[in-house]
Design a protein around this ligand. Structure first.
Ligand code: SAM
Length: 340
């Protein structure tokens, strides 16, 4: 980032970074004590909230006031109340609930990030938190929180591929399906869509639950196991790798792209959702920060440029790697398997 020479240099930006951890920990503590869910039933005075949550007056007062300062709660006549933002995203019964995501950060990511300096020295995570450790328990705890963030992009993908106009069966392979967001969004656009979701057994329980909630469970086949061993089947018109490649190093990414190519029907399309840095890895900040997250949490994961992914896609036999503009914080790369 460049600074404007005319503006005086201040440490303000740095000092804001220094307190960057506080909002997510405050939100996670409030979630843990059920504050947003309770306030969804109506505004409450402090004493009632203390009684209902079993917390201390001193502790709850501090975080409630901080949440007012962060505009996630409002002070009203009857005590504390939700704001439109917290009512929409931090109440566990709401479809756009993101609470699990904060718990993922505070309980699963922050403890690992505390070791960043050591990880930088060794180039290895201090503890392997990904798949080999627990066969999916790690992911099962937070994949559902990714659903609302990716659903609009998945919906846009379906529109782009003409799924609502399908007149013949469309087989969709969802690799590392998680909540099943990609396949479910497509299945809701056409009754012709059939889903094959591959993931670890505990995650597939989540996939099935979410698919049932969306009324598409009867068109879902699940395949449990390691993506590198599992049977992807064949002849799929669509395959999706949603936020999968970043957990892997380049060699395993290339293997996965090749395996997926073999599972696609001629003329089929692969969609890869990823945090994509620019070619020189100078920005945007999010994909570069996420690369550090992969440094901390995986053996060889990283974020990859469009040019890197395009080269792997060409090498595997795909044609026409391209970016599809979708409403999501991360990018969607498409590529086709040639018809002949
Ligand atoms: C970051 S989540 C993404 C989930 C989903 N595709 C989405 O876009 O929301 C990664 C998913 O891939 C699964 N996964 C990662 N590596 C895997 C492996 N080697 N075998 C099976 N599943 C794996 C995880 O269990 C998790 O559900």
């Amino acid at each position: 980032m460049t600074t404007n020479a005319a503006e005086p240099l201040t440490p303000e930006r740095l000092m804001q970074f220094a307190w960057g951890y506080a909002p997510i920990l405050i939100i996670a503590a409030a979630l843990r004590h059920g504050v947003f869910d309770l306030l969804d039933r109506g505004p409450r005075p402090l004493a009632q909230l203390v009684a209902e949550t079993g917390t201390s007056v001193r502790g709850l007062t501090a975080i409630l006031n901080a949440l007012v300062g962060l505009k996630l709660l409002a002070r009203v006549k009857g005590g504390y109340a939700l704001t439109p933002e917290s009512a929409t995203f931090l109440v566990s019964s709401k479809p756009d609930y993101r609470g699990q995501f904060f718990q993922h950060h505070t309980e699963q990511l922050l403890p690992q990030w505390q070791h960043l300096a050591e990880v930088v020295r060794t180039g290895k995570p201090v503890a392997r938190t990904n798949r080999e450790l627990d066969g999916g328990e790690y992911f099962a705890r937070f994949v559902e929180s990714l659903f609302p963030g990716s659903y609009p992009a998945a919906h846009a993908l379906g529109q782009h591929l003409g799924i609502p106009k399908a007149t013949a069966p469309v087989s969709v392979l969802d690799i590392g399906a998680g909540s099943g967001v990609w396949g479910i969004a497509l299945a809701k656009q056409s009754s012709y869509v059939r889903l094959r979701a591959v993931d670890w057994p505990p995650v597939l329980e989540v996939t099935r639950k979410v698919a049932a909630r969306h009324g598409v469970a009867d068109r879902l086949t699940t395949v449990a196991g390691d993506l590198f061993e599992a049977d992807f089947g064949e002849g799929h018109q669509v395959a999706v790798l949603g936020h999968i490649l970043h957990s892997e190093g380049p060699d395993r990414c290339r293997r996965l792209l090749q395996k997926t190519f073999a599972a696609l029907a001629p003329g089929g399309t692969l969609a890869v959702q990823e945090f994509v840095p620019d070619q020189g890895r100078t920005g945007p900040p999010q994909p570069l920060i996420f690369a550090v997250n992969m440094l901390v949490n995986t053996e060889a994961g990283d974020t990859y440029t469009f040019e890197e992914m395009s080269a792997w896609l060409h090498e595997a036999g795909y044609r026409n790697p391209r970016l599809l503009d979708v409403p999501a914080p991360s990018a969607l790369v498409l590529a086709d398997k040639p018809r002949v």
